[in-house]
Ligand binder design. Structure first.
Ligand code: OSB
Ligand code: MG
Length: 368
């Protein structure tokens, strides 16, 4: 695994829908992409950090600075035994897992292409298709909620996740459950509640939710454990799990019964696999979360989801839901709630170099 050169891009894509969560409203996405080149091949990864540190502490600007000044200089021109060895070269740095994941995930893609195998196979996955659900933003009222749920149920999505926030929680859940008594339904609060809201969250126990995702603070496992004791519905941890160690601590404390596993949030594929394994040892299912990724990040997510303990539908819905034109050539479309895993080497997807210049706002080349 020789890293001969690198390319860093930031592209800006308009979202096809207005995505409202307890954080605020999103209508477009700045997508950082990292290309690592070696042996006539290239590996590509996507940064999932956002412009502002709302979800976790990382930002696009912070990641670009670190890649330029700290991470890329450590790996350019060097040869590594495998992607894990490359990641170890960044192993003495603290935090910034999404930024480090860009390097790690691009290295996995490059390595899988070098070995001429699909990334999922290299990671130890076996599925040819993965089950997917959909994450729906906050709607203006109950009728609009039921409407958008209906459209996605009709498209075959295997789980509906509704974003909630204090003051808009029981209402959309009750309306959706009354209209669709049988669907697999979940909610995601993106850390908008505190233990003082216990009553409001207990009210959700009536609606047979598969889980309640990240109700409490992004960095808090202890209060989630207390809340879990007060609820029948399993809690699903998202923001508050950044590593396999966090997973162990959270599950040992009883902070939840499900893990939303986002590969970039935990620092890349190797750590994601460790999170997957720790959860499995606790008898806890994982599912693959999303961050409104372009096709590059989406393809990485799909490959990771082929591991056996991904037993609940992920958030990796059809790319065409999000974008008029994606940054890759290949369509990533779910049919009847099943996403087919790309079969080519690596992620199996390739950058659309004709389209990219139209949406690129930053492009830098790096050499040893
Ligand atoms: O909490 O899972 C989340 C999007 C951006 C940031 C955080 C989250 C999300 C989503 C969307 O829920 C998932 C997707 O469709 O990619
Ligand atoms: Mg979430």
């Amino acid at each position: 695994l020789k890293i001969e050169s690198a390319e860093l891009l930031v592209v800006r894509l308009p979202l096809k829908f207005r995505f409202e969560t307890s954080f605020g409203v999103q209508t477009e996405k700045a997508v950082p992409l990292l290309v690592l080149r070696g042996g006539g091949l290239e590996g590509v990864a996507e940064g999932t950090m956002e412009a502002a540190p709302m979800y976790r502490e990382e930002t696009v600007a912070g990641a670009l600075g670190l890649l330029r000044d700290v991470f890329l200089p450590r790996i350019l021109g060097r040869t590594f035994a495998n992607p894990e060895a490359l990641h170890d070269a960044l192993g003495s740095f603290r935090g910034n897992r999404m930024a480090r994941a860009m390097v790690e995930m691009a290295a996995w893609d490059l390595w899988a292409r070098t070995l001429n195998v699909p990334l999922g196979t290299l990671l130890g996955g076996r599925k040819e298709q993965v089950e997917v659900g959909v994450s729906l933003g906050i709607q203006p009222d109950e009728a609009a909620t039921v409407d958008i749920v209906r459209r996605h149920v009709e498209q075959g999505y295997r789980r509906i996740k509704l974003k909630i926030k204090p003051g808009w929680d029981v209402q959309p859940v009750r309306a959706t459950r009354e209209a669709f008594p049988e669907i697999r339904l979940t909610v995601d609060a993106n850390s908008a509640y505190t233990l003082a809201d216990t009553g409001r969250l207990q009210a959700l126990d009536e609606y047979a939710l598969t889980y309640i995702e990240q109700p409490l603070a992004w960095d808090d496992l202890l209060d989630h454990a207390e809340l879990q004791r007060r609820l029948r519905t399993p809690l699903c941890l998202d923001e508050s799990v950044a590593s396999a160690q966090d997973t162990r601590k959270g599950l040992a404390l009883g902070s939840g019964g499900v893990i939303n596993l986002k590969v970039a949030r935990v620092g890349g594929h190797a750590e994601a696999r460790r999170v997957h394994d720790v959860a499995q040892a606790f008898g806890v299912p994982v599912w693959c979360g999303g961050m409104l990724e372009s096709g590059v990040g989406r393809a990485h997510n799909i490959h990771l989801s082929t591991l056996p303990n991904f037993t609940l539908p992920g958030d990796t819905s059809s790319a065409s839901r999000y974008w008029e034109t994606d940054v890759i050539h290949e369509p990533l479309e779910a049919v009847n709630g099943l996403m087919t895993v790309p079969t080519g080497p690596g992620t199996g997807v390739t950058l659309n170099r004709d389209f990219l210049p139209r949406v690129t706002e930053l492009r830098e080349e790096f050499h040893p």
